[in-house]
Design a protein around this ligand. Structure first.
Ligand code: C2O
Ligand code: CU
Length: 477
């Protein structure tokens, strides 16, 4: 069966979701004509005025990749090389980080750590092979809360050789805007956001519009890629009245299971891929709600069953599992243990610092510490000394501890880790992730093989926290 939509290149945001795959019919795996090709992509970052339907009554002053928020969906096939020709037409330096992809260090897009900032007016090339399939994202890694907050993010989809079979492949990329009197305002950073839960906009958008409706047909099977591109907002989603299957987290396949528990607790930078079977109930609408803040539960979007003919006579069952990515499996018996303690923030006590010291940190906008160090350097313009230097090829357990009263989605560059335990309780599924959401006071052990040489960022993806000290570098040497 052939798809009549291009699997390649850019697909623009649609009204209800970004279709990222075939229009109709189950898409068979491995139906690719070409092999080992390179995908060439031109990206330009530039200020723009953009209509954000339902968000802003006037065109909003955004910063955008190729004129759209989210930026274009970049699609490559697993194993394919991505060649990006990037132009910075912003009024300040920027870079692009390929979040979740295990790229060579010099392609990782972190100014002052892996490359020089890309000056205003300059061009830069990125080139790497996409070894892992799944849902990833790209975004800048400098002045992050403002650059991402202004709209600089996009999805990077690496197509599996044998994807889960669906009728339609949809992306919901979520972000939020600060809106006053109906108009998007440019407010991104202040000491309160830095020291509390980060920047929360008051208007949430999916693919650039508020309250989208995704309409399908009875018994249609959708793949719904949920991507949280907000600067600070954590999502706790529920698809009311539907029974979605969880098929991947942070791009990494999981054995399909009914999405439940914390599966849809999605912090900034995190992704969850679902398979959603629409029931045979024409005209019915299902709300997708965000329950993260129980005093402010809201509808993120809707999924509606239109009155078309059913796609098939009866609903499909559990989807087949996708193949795991070629990740190095950590040897837990031999792994070396390293402690990483996250501290600071409002109401937290600043890691036993004296009040004078605390005040001087706060005056510099620093509120968070990793192992007692408050270090903003890559955002502020210089190299960072590593928190740990790891031996290439060795397995490590990082014992993470959140000594604050806030949630922190902690993200490691260049590697994909396994979540071993939470608060001492072993996790059965050994989930692979590039980020882990640490709940207040929680201890989480993660394990990985330090196989990718270079200096890698290890930081909180609440971007106000990242900029306020909750970042570090891990050296694999
Ligand atoms: Cu999504 Cu250090 O980044
Ligand atoms: Cu944080």
């Amino acid at each position: 069966m052939r798809s009549n939509l291009s699997r390649r290149g850019f697909i623009k945001a649609g009204a209800a979701g970004m279709a990222t795959g075939a229009a109709a019919g189950l898409v068979p795996g491995a139906a690719w004509a070409e092999k080992d090709a390179a995908q060439k992509v031109d990206l330009t970052a530039k200020p723009a005025n953009l209509a954000l339907p339902g968000v802003s009554s006037e065109p909003a002053p955004v910063w955008a990749y190729n004129g759209s928020v989210p930026g274009p969906v970049i699609k490559v096939r697993q194993g394919e090389r991505l060649d990006v020709r990037f132009t910075n037409a912003l009024p300040e330096p920027t870079s692009i980080h390929w979040h979740g992809l295990r790229v060579p260090n010099d392609q990782d897009g972190v100014p002052f750590v892996t490359q020089k900032p890309i000056a205003s007016g300059a061009t830069h090339r990125y080139s790497f092979a996409a070894e892992d399939a799944g849902t990833f994202l790209y975004h800048p890694h400098i002045n992050s809360v403002a650059q991402v907050g202004r709209g600089m993010f996009g999805a990077l989809i690496v197509e599996e050789r044998e994807p889960v079979m669906v009728d339609r492949d949809i992306l919901w990329a979520v972000n939020d805007w600060q809106v006053a009197l109906g108009v998007v305002v440019e407010e991104f950073d202040n000491p309160h956001d830095r020291s509390h839960a980060g920047r929360y906009g008051n208007r949430v958008a999916v693919n650039g519009r508020a309250l989208p409706t995704l309409t399908g047909r009875p018994n249609e099977r959708l793949r719904l890629r949920l991507l949280n591109a907000a600067t600070g907002r954590i999502l706790a989603l529920r698809l009311e009245g539907l029974k979605p299957w969880l098929v991947a987290l942070d791009g990494q396949p999981v054995t399909p299971r009914p999405a439940g528990g914390d599966d849809l607790l999605i912090g900034p930078g995190m992704r969850a891929d679902l398979v959603v079977d629409l029931p045979d109930v024409r005209g019915k609408r299902f709300r997708v709600i965000d329950l993260y803040d129980d005093r402010d539960v809201y509808t993120l979007g809707e999924i509606a069953v239109g009155d078309g003919k059913p796609v098939r006579a009866r609903p499909l069952g559990r989807p087949a599992p996708m193949k795991a990515n070629p990740l190095p499996v950590p040897d837990l018996a031999r792994a070396e243990r390293r402690e990483v303690i996250f501290g600071g923030g409002a109401m937290g006590g600043m890691m036993g610092m004296g009040p004078m010291n605390m005040m001087s940190m706060a005056r510099r906008g620093l509120f968070w510490a990793v192992n007692g160090r408050f270090d903003p350097k890559p955002e502020a313009g210089s190299k960072m000394e590593p928190l740990y230097t790891l031996t290439k090829g060795r397995s490590y357990v990082f014992a993470l501890e959140n000594r604050t009263v806030f949630d922190h989605p902690i993200h490691l560059h260049g590697h994909t880790f396994r979540i071993v335990s939470r608060n001492g309780r072993r996790l059965a599924d050994g989930q692979w992730r590039d980020s882990v959401l640490l709940r207040p006071r929680e201890r989480v052990d993660i394990a990985f093989v330090a196989d990718n040489p270079g200096d890698w960022m290890f930081h909180c993806h609440i971007l106000s926290h990242q900029m306020a000290g909750m970042m570090s570098v891990v050296r694999v040497g």
